[in-house]
Design a protein around this ligand. Structure first.
Ligand code: ATP
Length: 365
């Protein structure tokens, strides 16, 4: 089931004009603050009636302004996952989960509570009340409650933004499972690049109320013309296989015929992972560097250079069939005469990898 979204709405000083598709899996609405992400979520939820638009799947129309069709919010069968989990404090985890189930229509296919409890690792928490849960645990219960309502669509508005880095790392694998195991489209708002790289099936990049890029996560993220958060946060996502863990805390990952050494990889050997590599963590050399501390030196070819208004240049690199981005100064690009088609070496420090940069690969069959 794919959700089609077409929306036009004007607030004083802001105009939203977007059209995109959300296929099964997680579609991340990705952009800076004030680009219209929450306005889109509110329109899909029915909390905002847009000036014009249509939101529908193949067999179900939530609203269509051209025909005056409008399904009220409580009949839309949506699962919500908010920034704060919004659990009922006086109910146990089991009762909070059952509350979600209570809202599932009798005609809907029943979701199996024990499957959801297993998927989210909630078995040991069922008799606790929310006050006795960590932020990450609460968020897992909120995901379970949303799923048990048998939603036709899940809306997640920055669900990780109130969690610290450790809690985020704890909960990201559950969103990865949600992405891979749930058949309904999930609209997920985020402005964190590593989070997007890990969980997105597809990305809708937004800027000032407009879609600047949409498509599979790896493509949108590595397009230097898109970079929704600006060049400082630009980066690319590649997939790699964990081939060995070493005693010094590093692991070898195989990607595009090359070995990469990375820290903090917890996935077992043989696992395919997604890896987020920030553009500012990649240096370029026109001859193979020798005698440097950086552990990863990759053969790459320059595809494109994007010169902005500032002193930096985003260089798009072909790494096998994958794409990497490097951010260098315009001065370096000129001094090295960097140009499309040129073979260069990308140098990547192992320690620069952020804590949550390695995630599971989608396992959809
Ligand atoms: N009810 C409203 N009335 C007037 N202006 C609004 C209203 N709601 C949102 N806006 C404006 O619309 C723009 C988009 O807001 P929106 O909340 O959708 O952005 P966002 O991308 O979700 O931002 P954030 O990441 O900060 O939540 C902003 O300029 C905001 O001030």
């Amino acid at each position: 089931m794919t959700l089609g979204v077409i929306l036009r709405h004007r607030f004083e000083g802001f105009e939203l004009d977007v059209a995109f598709d959300a296929p099964p899996g997680i579609t991340v609405l990705f952009g800076r603050s004030g680009t219209g992400k929450t306005t889109i979520i509110n329109a899909v939820a029915g909390l905002l009636k847009p000036d014009e638009g249509r939101v529908a799947t193949e067999d179900w129309v939530l609203f269509d302004t051209s025909t005056n069709h409008w399904v009220p919010p409580h009949k839309r069968r949506l699962g919500y996952i908010f920034q704060d989990a919004r659990l009922f404090p006086h109910l146990t985890v089991r009762q909070n989960l059952a509350y979600g189930q209570w809202f599932a229509p009798k005609s809907a296919p029943r979701e199996d509570m024990s499957r959801i409890v297993d998927m989210l690792g909630l078995g040991d928490l069922l008799s606790r009340r929310p006050a006795a849960l960590s932020g990450g645990e609460k968020q897992r219960v909120a995901i379970g409650r949303a799923l048990l309502a048998c939603p036709r669509l899940i809306l997640a508005d920055e669900p990780l933004s109130s969690l610290d880095e450790a809690r985020k790392a704890e909960i990201l694998p559950y969103f990865e499972r949600l992405r891979d195991e749930t058949k309904v489209p999930i609209l997920y708002v985020s402005h964190a690049a590593t989070e997007v790289a890990r969980i997105a099936t597809s990305v809708v990049a937004l800027d000032k109320g407009r879609v600047t890029g949409q498509g599979p996560a790896a493509e949108v993220l590595s397009d230097p013309a898109v970079t929704p958060l600006g060049v400082r946060a630009a980066g690319a996502m590649i997939t790699a296989r964990v081939t060995a863990h070493h005693a010094d805390g590093l692991s070898t990952l195989r990607a595009e015929g090359s070995d990469l050494l990375m820290p903090r990889v917890t996935q077992p050997e043989g696992t395919d992972v997604r890896l987020w590599i920030g553009a500012q963590d990649v240096m370029l050399a026109i001859v193979r560097p020798d005698g440097i501390s950086a552990l990863n030196i990759l053969d790459v070819t320059i595809r494109d250079l994007r010169v902005g208004t500032g002193p930096g240049v985003i260089v798009q690199l072909s790494f096998g069939r994958s794409v990497l981005l490097a951010r260098v100064t315009r001065r370096s690009a000129e001094a090295l005469n960097l140009h499309p088609g040129q073979s260069v070496f990308a140098v990547l420090k192992a320690v620069s990898l952020p804590r949550d940069a390695v995630g599971d690969v989608m396992n959809r069959t």
